[in-house]
Ligand binder design. Structure first.
Ligand SMILES: *Cc1c(COP(=O)(O)O)cnc(C)c1O
Length: 485
């Protein structure tokens, strides 16, 4: 497909700028650019077709089944778009006089209250812009807590080997040394390894429950007690709250601090790096370290901008991605006290149904019931026939299904990790299962052919390392080397 620049025809235009009715003003020549900018010139019709063609090449939740594990690609109700497009929310400025944005403040307050109730936390900030950013903020609170107590020996953060990659990264970015502890063969935290790892240097633990294998750790209370007993704090990665929201609460499991991905469980469209929100909740004793809180002070905008003296400071300008918060609140209020746990139960039911259907052929990494996602291993098939997780994922593209997450979690070889989410019907799951099983049979019957899948997409198997390390992101008029190359 040609780029806009390549489609450009000199002299074509698609804009409607009225002739200027003010005198021309000449900038000082020192401020002028040396060369005319190279901009594409197209008619509105051609421009419109260009973007529609691009759109057709992508795949989203609105196109079909999208079981990308750990990402909770659920359907996002359209009512969220109605509320988040209301002028009272879109046409506001963060420095506008306080008494003109009372509605926005109420949205923030109500969302915090609801999420505190859902997580069992006492206070919250909604400003972090993503899950990893929320983790980073949460771990800053924990670092500050130890600092304030003058306990500088606590330099280590314990992270199970089944964790999401952002956990060790967050620990390290916060200046901690990350200690990885192994899982038991059935996928849970190894309590003996945990007991052996804690000590006076333990700052805390970072844990996802259910973990990345889709398993809920039944020893969770014991785990948090071991950490607290050693003087550390417990951080809960709640990016995927989908299977437990409204049912069990990190606060009750013994966690001191948690982040949520509002753009996963609380229904904001995501992927492609779109705006997110990593809400961070904490227990009362950590509250004073939260980034400044805009909605608590009573008087005037200025008072609201002031942080607590012990705050870790701003992590994001103003109120973060406010419209994501509007979507989350819409979702919470439209589901209500009964709908939230019902969605959680449905996500678990759907995952287990899908797991049973796929188990006819595929080998699941863990036996028995899962939570909202599960992991398949292609290790055996890879050894025997050379069919890899990647082959299956590519084959699914030809079936019109978005592949699951692959090669994650790292502790399972040749992993495929489906998460059907709560918003898919039984019929969709059955249809997808048929496609997964068909791809399996085709791959096993002809492994050579499987290595060349997909056959129907515009791009087949790109060089993924080059795509990540040397992305070609900018068009250069005279073929100059790319920035970053
Ligand atoms: C998605 C996810 C994150 C990171 O969230 P981002 O918004 O992508 O930064 C962290 N932990 C877990 C378990 C996740 O699934």
């Amino acid at each position: 497909m040609k780029l806009l620049f390549e489609k450009s025809i000199k002299g074509t235009s698609g804009h409607y700028v009225a002739p200027s009715d003010v005198p021309e003003y000449r900038l000082d020549t020192s401020l002028l650019r040396g060369k005319e900018p190279v901009l594409p010139e197209l008619s509105e019709n051609d421009l419109s077709r260009h973007y529609t063609q691009l759109e057709k090449r992508s795949f989203g939740v609105n196109d079909g089944f999208y079981p990308l594990g750990s990402c909770t690609m659920k359907y996002n109700p359209k009512i969220n778009e109605v509320t988040s497009h209301l002028e009272g929310f879109t046409d506001v400025h963060p420095l506008q006089p306080d008494d003109t944005v009372k509605g926005c403040e109420e949205v923030i307050d109500l969302t915090k209250q609801a999420l505190c109730e859902i997580t069992g936390m006492d206070d919250m900030t909604l400003t972090p812009a993503a899950g990893a950013h929320g983790e980073f903020t949460g771990m800053m609170l924990i670092r500050k807590y130890h600092e304030k107590r003058g306990d500088s020996a606590r330099t280590k953060v314990i992270v199970p080997d089944s964790s999401h990659g952002t956990n060790p990264a967050t620990g390290t970015m916060n200046g901690f040394t990350v200690v990885s502890i192994p899982s038991t063969p059935d996928g849970y935290v190894d309590l003996d390894a945990l007991r052996a790892a804690v000590g006076p240097d333990t700052a805390g633990l970072m844990l996802t429950n259910p973990n990345t294998l889709g398993l809920f750790d039944r020893n969770i209370k014991e785990i948090t007690e071991i950490i607290h007993g050693a003087g550390g704090l417990c951080y809960y990665d709640g990016a995927n709250l989908n299977p437990v929201m409204g049912i069990s609460r990190p606060g009750d499991m013994g966690f001191d601090c948690v982040h949520l991905n509002l753009h996963k469980s609380f229904s904001t469209p995501h992927g492609g790096g779109g705006p997110g929100a990593g809400a961070v909740g904490c227990k009362e004793f950590l509250k004073e370290y939260l980034p400044e809180d805009f909605s608590e002070a009573e008087e005037g905008a200025k008072a609201k901008m002031e942080a607590h003296p012990d705050s870790v400071g701003k992590v994001r300008s103003f109120h973060g991605n406010f419209l994501v918060v509007v979507r989350a609140l819409t979702y919470i209020l439209s589901l209500g006290n009964e709908g939230i746990p019902a969605a959680a139960v449905q996500s678990v039911m759907n995952a287990n149904y899908f797991k049973v259907l796929l188990s006819k052929k595929y080998h699941c990494a863990e036996p028995g019931l899962c939570m909202h996602e599960f992991v398949i291993s292609m290790e055996e098939e890879h050894k025997e026939k050379g069919v890899s997780a990647l082959d299956i994922a590519k084959g699914l593209l030809d079936e019109g299904v978005h592949p699951p997450t692959i090669y994650f979690p790292l502790i399972v070889h040749e992993a495929l990790m489906p998460e059907p989410t709560d918003t898919e019907s039984a019929a969709t799951i059955e249809d997808a299962a048929e496609k997964f099983l068909r791809v399996y049979d085709k791959a096993m019957a002809d492994p050579e052919a499987a290595h060349s899948w997909p056959l129907t997409t515009v791009i087949g198997r790109p060089d993924e390392v080059a795509a990540a390390r040397r992305p070609h992101l900018r068009w250069e008029p005279d073929g100059e080397e790319e920035f970053g190359e």
